[in-house]
Design a protein around this ligand. Structure first.
Ligand SMILES: [Fe+2]
Ligand SMILES: [Fe+2]
Length: 279
């Protein structure tokens, strides 16, 4: 199975593209066109226009979680797609906040009301369980937190009544394509841990082989110990290619690039990937 992945929004951009904190990728596989995340704002649509990627009539949108940098482009994207099913976990709608370095909490959830998105043609399919989009494309559903070293930082909050509580990010999920050469996993932020996300991808598909993991790994605040545990686990999982992006962070990307050598690449906005890669 050939898989085409176009990175439409990412922190950094290939020449001619626009960088924006967030992530969005168009996946073309299994006779489906699936938009995974929508970036924070206008980058996904602007890069799509530059790359001559037409989003009209796409088969599905998948939201990795409710943070603004993955959902902020949705309202405008819907103007281009036409009516479309949006797959996500029900907790994408919890009111999410961030409070970094003691700064006043900032709303970082979905900024547009659900009704307004529905009025533009979104039909939400919300489930904590894996959701199947085609015979070979499925979401991980809610990701169990099983590794000891993958935790969610305290600065990520959710409003419960008047109080801000720690956000368990139950909505964090990945998109999995089951190819004959292995699983291809698209990660949003992997707040529940990149290793936990990949373990869940294996669990859901019953497959052992991970061909590629592409997207955010949320190692931007990780210390050396977590980096080493993660790098070791990714090798042990047999991840063949790692396309780290977004909230991986520079230090972690540099570290993982060392660990994976030629099998590492930064997945920047404007990149068009065709899998399997030529070796
Ligand atoms: Fe996030
Ligand atoms: Fe993010």
């Amino acid at each position: 199975m050939d898989i085409n992945i176009t990175i439409l929004a990412e922190n950094s951009a290939a020449p001619g593209g626009i960088g924006e904190w967030g992530f969005s990728a168009l996946v073309e596989a299994d006779a489906k066109r699936v938009l995974f995340d929508t970036g924070a704002g206008t980058a996904a649509l602007m890069n799509a226009a530059t790359l001559k990627v037409d989003l009209a009539g796409i088969d599905a949108i998948v939201l990795s979680h409710g943070h603004y940098d993955h959902t902020g482009g949705l309202y405008e994207v819907l103007n281009h797609t036409g009516p479309v099913t949006v797959y996500a976990h029900p907790d994408v709608w919890t009111p999410k906040y961030g409070s970094l370095d003691g700064s006043p909490p900032r709303f970082i959830g979905i900024a547009v009301q659900r009704e307004a998105l529905e009025a533009r043609g979104a039909t939400f399919s919300l489930s904590a369980k894996p959701q199947r989009i085609s015979d070979h494309i499925v979401t991980t559903g809610e990701v169990p937190m099983v590794t000891e070293y993958e935790t969610i930082e305290d600065y990520l909050k959710v409003r419960q009544g008047e109080a801000l509580e720690h956000d368990p990010l139950a909505d964090d999920l990945s998109l999995v394509i089951e190819a004959e050469y292995g699983l291809v996993v698209l990660l949003g932020c992997a707040h529940r841990g990149v290793v936990n996300n990949l373990l869940q991808a294996k669990q859901v598909t019953g497959r052992e082989d991970i061909y590629a993991a592409i997207g955010g790994t949320h190692l931007v605040h990780a210390g050396r110990e977590r980096l080493e545990s993660t790098g070791g686990a990714l090798l042990e999982l047999g991840v063949r290619y790692l396309g780290a992006a977004h909230c991986t962070g520079f230090k972690a990307a540099a570290y993982l690039s060392e660990v994976f050598g030629e099998r590492f690449f930064p997945a920047n906005a404007g990149m068009k990937l065709t899998l399997p890669f030529q070796e």
